[in-house]
Structure formats: C-alpha cells, structure tokens
Design a protein around this ligand. Structure first.
Ligand code: ZN
Length: 426
C-alpha cells in the first residue's frame, strides 16, 4: 500500500489536522515538519481526486465529501468547487485542533520567560497531556498502525525545544538541565528547578562540629555543623531553599578534618539564582574553624560516585593517645612494626551500637607511625582503609576490635584527640 492510499484509509475513519496526519508518517523523510507532511499528503490527495474526476467517469463526490469533512483544506475547497456543495469540517480527532505553529511559539516564549526568571541556561521540555488526547492518540495508532509514527508528546517536546533553543539561545540538556519546563497544550508552563551540584572539599579545624545538624529529643546535640556552614554562606547567593551536603565518609564529631580536606558534593535545592561563579562561592566559603573549597559544577551522578568511591579511599589519621602504663620507644617501635598491612576485625563499636545494628567489619591498617611524647602519652599517625573505627583500633573496645593498640601494648589505651589529616586513593 502506498502513502496516499493509506492516508485515504485513515482519513475516511478519523478527522485529522495536518500535524496529526503528518505525525503518522514522521519517520519517513528528513528535515520535514509534521504539519508539512500532513499538508503535502492532503494536497496530493486533492490533486489526485481532481485528476480522477476529470478523466474517470465515476461520481467521486460522496467519497470526496467524507475526505473533505475529515481533512479540511485543500480537499474541502476542491469538493465545494467540483460538487457544488457545502461541507462542515470536523475537529481533529487527536488534538481537537489545538496543535499549531502559533501554539508552539507562544509556549516557547513562556518557557523562555521562565528560564530567564530562574537564571537557567540549560533546559529540557516535559509534556503534560490531557488524558483525552492521550486516549485518542492510542485509539488512532492502534487502529491504523504505527510503523512510521511518532507520539504527540515527542512532537511537542521537539518543536518547543527547538524554538526555545533558537529564540532564546538556551541549551537543551537531556542529562543535567538547569530546569525542566513541563508544558501543556493549554499553554501552561510549570517549572521544575533542578538542583545545582558542586564538588569540593571541606576542612574542620575545630572539634564538636557535626556533619549534619543533629537534634536529639528536640535539643540540638552539637553547637555547629558543616551543613549549617554551607547554608549560612551560600544559601543567599543561590536564593535557594536549602543546601544539602553529600560527603564521602564522616569523621567523629570530636575529630578535626585537616590536611587534604574531605571530599563532598553540595546540592543546592530550588535555587532561584544560579549565576554565582566558583570564585564568588569560594570567597564566601573562606573560614577559620570550618572552610571549604569548591572545584567544579557537577551532576547528581557525582553523588553516587562519591559514595561508591568511599570504599576505595584510604585515610590518614593523627591520634593523641593515653596509655595506662609507662611506655618506651621500644614498645612503640613494636607497635609500628606490628601494624603494617594488618587486617583488623571490628564488631560495631559499643558507643554507636544503639544506633546501628551489630556487624563484623574487617578493615586494613596499612601503616602506623607512633612517637612517644611523654611517659604515657604518644602521638600516632595511622594510615588505614576507609571505614575503620580508629578510636576502637586504639582502645580495643573491650575486645570487640582485634588486634588493637591495647592488645598489643598490654595495657588500656585511650584516644584523647583525633584528626583526619588526609583522604587519599588506596
Ligand atoms: Zn491534530
């Protein structure tokens, strides 16, 4: 069956506008608008019927009337002329004659307004369809076949998208757009502002600072948090609802984070502005107790990578330790020698057992460099696999962590101060 016979078969059954008829053949030909496809088919049909009526002795008027009623111009004009009769034209079965260039242009202008309002540079178009339109489309496609067709959703998305790109010089971005504009055929545009993701590192030079703000029984547990720091410094620059931080691991609240800093991704929720430069942001993030440095804008994917990469990270800690007995350089040398590439077994630390269920965890200690400060106090640099509980490595947690500094030195050891001084790739 050729395209014209096929179109006659369809148009005898359903009234279709140029867009909706052309869309049934969207996969045929390149660089042609669907409405042009539809109009071309209708034009050729008008010409073909005109030819037949001039050369074949048969009355085509009733057939032509049916086609005119369901397809409008130019077949309706031909019918009026050749059959000297009026015909009223039906509304398109699928879109009820709503689809038009003018509609696409007016939607595109609204999308551009919205993009400008939110300072968005990249976008993606979503389409919200009336259920009736969807059902009609499914009925037509399932009746006439859909070998070459595309969906109405696709057409609206593409045509509006092209106009927004060309009229407003915004960039379509299918993976990480600044804004999703959900449009409907009534011309409404709903903006879904996507978060801004930026990766970087933070340093924590004070103690008793938690990562996120903790509340326990309505009372905050620690005076300050890294999350608060970011919200205080950056929320206004983005005119955002709030800032959430995604961090690779977590040091203890009383441990400092020094040295290389700890990698994180910040997620700025509902930003009304997104034009602040990295320089401006980093200027705002300078600090003494807490400080951060942002490296580059990124996407949601970076959050997943950050969490997945955690297992592969190794950490370097600096601990100040108190031992219950007097130590010598010799005993610390033994400690250093023993903790070289040693696997440590740890049952969930008793200090967090209420919050986490009991599990056995095995982590490697790559290297320990302990140095005596005075009699019972020493400082230890510990390089270990991410996820090792360092305080328990030192104390032994009453035998729940094994081996430990306590088991090796044959006397209870307590971590007095802990700093993370490096996060590196293992
Ligand atoms: Zn239509």
């Amino acid at each position: 069956m050729n395209i014209l016979d096929d179109a006659v078969r369809i148009l005898k059954r359903y009234p279709l506008c140029n867009h909706c008829l052309g869309r049934l053949y969207a996969k045929l030909g390149r660089g042609i608008l669907n409405e042009v496809r539809g109009l071309c088919i209708k034009t050729l049909l008008a010409m073909e019927y005109h030819r037949r009526m001039q050369t074949i002795e048969k009355d085509y008027c009733s057939e032509l009337k049916m086609l005119a009623k369901n397809s409008g111009e130019p077949i309706s004009a031909l019918y009026r002329m050749l059959c000297a009769d009026e015909v009223s034209i039906e509304r398109c079965f699928i879109c009820k004659n709503t689809l038009s260039r003018e509609l696409y242009e007016s939607i595109a202008r609204r999308v551009i307004e919205v993009l400008r309002r939110y300072g968005a540079k990249s976008f993606i178009i979503g389409v919200l369809l009336d259920p009736e339109v969807k059902d009609s489309e499914i009925e037509v496609l399932s009746t006439v076949g859909f070998k070459y067709s595309e969906s109405i959703r696709n057409e609206v998305k593409r045509e509006v998208g092209k106009l927004v790109r060309d009229l407003g010089s915004f960039t379509p971005d299918f993976t990480n757009p600044d804004l999703t504009a959900v449009v409907s055929l009534t011309g409404d545009v709903i903006a879904i502002v996507n978060p801004v993701y930026i990766c970087g590192v933070y340093w924590k030079r004070g103690r008793n600072i938690s990562q996120s703000t903790w509340h326990s029984g309505g009372v905050r547990k620690y005076p300050y948090s890294i999350e608060e720091f970011f919200n205080e410094r950056l929320k206004e620059l983005f005119a955002a609802e709030r800032i959430v931080i995604h961090v690779s691991g977590r040091e203890d609240v009383d441990a400092r984070m020094l040295g290389t800093g700890r990698p994180l991704v910040i997620e700025v929720k509902n930003p009304l502005k997104r034009s602040a430069s990295l320089n401006e942001l980093n200027e705002a993030l300078r600090g003494t107790t807490v400080e951060a440095l942002l490296h580059e804008k990124t996407s949601r994917k970076a959050v997943k990578l950050l969490k997945e990469g955690l297992a592969k990270k190794c950490k370097i800690y600096k601990a100040l330790v108190l031992c219950d007995r007097l130590l010598t350089d010799e005993s610390l040398r033994e400690l250093n020698e023993f903790f070289t590439d040693v696997t440590v077994s740890q049952l969930t630390p008793s200090r967090i057992l209420g919050r986490k269920r009991e599990r056995l965890r095995r982590r490697k200690v790559y290297e320990v460099r302990a140095r005596l400060i005075s009699g019972r106090i020493y400082e230890a640099l510990i390089k270990a696999e991410g996820g090792l509980y360092v305080k328990e490595l030192i104390s032994g947690d009453r035998g729940r962590t094994n081996p430990s500094f306590t088991s090796l030195l044959n006397a209870p050891n307590t971590c007095i101060e802990l700093d993370v001084i490096g996060v590196c790739d293992a």
